[in-house]
Ligand binder design. Structure first.
Ligand SMILES: *Cc1c(COP(=O)(O)O)cnc(C)c1O
Length: 379
């Protein structure tokens, strides 16, 4: 019996050809032709005025935190149900993460919880587009405007997803995308920062180039480059961009094939949902998701452990997701949990399980669906 892993990176076939091209070009540092073409493609796809490739989404989030000029005493409201990079970016600037609960339907940050946590020290709201879906972004942008806050979108999972027809990641001030091999579009390790206000573009290029105006120099806009601001090295090399370029060209096809798999799961589990054995994913009515993830919410943590074990015995790797940040050891010793209870976050953390979803698993999907059915038949 073949083992069906949770994820298997899909390659379009054009990646090696592009890498050979980068090799032939003899330009291997960043900002070469492949970097530029990837950025142009991302700008076209998202409508963001500027896309900058980075070596990860983590790096893009760190750039966003630098661009927001976060400092000690500042607070950034974010979900606890997220990956550590969302919080680390803020903490690295000396600012404090303030954890908000999520909405029970979309599992995305609850705008009502955000509103209650806004204080005189709040500088920004960082939303996370879980499973490639989003919360009521209209409400978040309204709150931000009302209180003079910046909005960062952790859109690591959300490439091509939209809210009211506009790309996630291009709605707030900054958006961070991931091209990690577990995401829809991959580069091994890779990411991009979407800079949505034209007046921050120059500074974001400087921050990415170790605090120098090298990018403007390469464009011939200044005759030498030097240290002009704080910064670091966030720029990937051309080999990574060459790989990514092939993936971006295959984007429509990749998302379509993922969506077919996603919809098969969704149809297959409708009945189990109707009899109350599990809950299927729900998206905000104005959000179009990108088939990044198929998760199920089971009834309790014991059932989930049993489910994961059962699936394993059937050769299927099903896995849970985040350990909420507010209850992590690091949060507690820094006092960031503030004794706050986040019941929806805790429920999602205990009950959520993710099923394999990758291009190429089409021949195995019926076996996974069968195994899920058998697990509940045995209850
Ligand atoms: C994957 C992910 C990240 C990290 O992305 P990297 O490219 O690996 O740095 C950050 N936030 C969320 C929500 C993610 O899913």
């Amino acid at each position: 019996m073949d083992w069906i892993p949770f994820n298997k990176p899909y390659m379009t076939g054009k990646e090696l050809f592009n890498i050979a091209q980068a090799h032939f070009n003899g330009m291997l540092a960043g900002d070469g032709p492949f970097t530029k073409s990837c950025q142009a493609k991302l700008e076209l796809m998202t409508g963001a005025p500027k896309a900058l490739l980075t070596h990860s989404c983590t790096a893009a989030l760190e750039m966003a935190a630098l661009l927001c000029d976060l400092r000690s005493g500042d607070e950034v409201i974010m979900p606890s149900f997220t990956f550590v990079s969302t919080a680390n970016a803020v903490v690295l600037r000396g600012a404090k993460p303030v954890f908000a609960d999520i909405d029970p339907f979309t599992l995305n940050i609850d705008p009502m919880a955000v509103e209650q946590l806004i204080s005189s020290r709040t500088r920004a709201i960082c939303v996370v587009h879980y499973a490639g879906g989003c919360c009521d972004m209209g409400r978040i942008l309204e709150l931000a405007a009302l209180h003079g806050l910046l909005v960062i979108e952790d859109a690591a999972q959300a490439i091509t997803s939209t809210y009211q027809g506009r790309s996630l990641g291009a709605l707030g001030d900054y958006g961070a995308l991931s091209f990690h091999e577990t995401k829809n579009i991959i580069a091994g390790e890779g990411g991009a920062l979407l800079v949505n206000s034209a007046d921050q573009v120059l500074r974001s290029e400087i921050i990415r180039e170790k605090g120098t105006n090298r990018t403007a120099f390469l464009r011939g806009q200044v005759d030498k480059y030097s240290w002009v601001d704080i910064g670091s090295s966030f720029l990937p090399g051309e080999v990574v961009a060459a790989f990514l370029s092939a993936q971006l060209d295959g984007c429509d096809e990749i998302i379509k094939r993922r969506m077919d798999l996603w919809l098969n799961y969704h149809a297959a589990f409708a009945e189990l949902e109707s009899i109350g054995w599990l809950r299927r994913p729900i998206f905000h009515s104005e959000c179009q998701h990108n088939a990044h993830m198929y998760y199920l919410l089971l009834r309790n943590v014991e059932e989930r452990s049993g489910f994961i074990e059962f699936m394993k015995s059937r050769g299927v790797q099903a896995i849970f997701h985040y350990v909420p940040l507010h209850s992590s050891e690091y949060s507690r010793c820094n006092g960031w949990d503030e004794g706050r209870v986040l019941p929806v976050t805790d429920l999602a953390a205990e009950r959520l399980v993710r099923l394999p979803l990758w291009v190429g698993m089409e021949p195995f999907q019926s076996r996974i669906i069968q195994a899920v059915g058998d697990f509940f038949d045995s209850r």
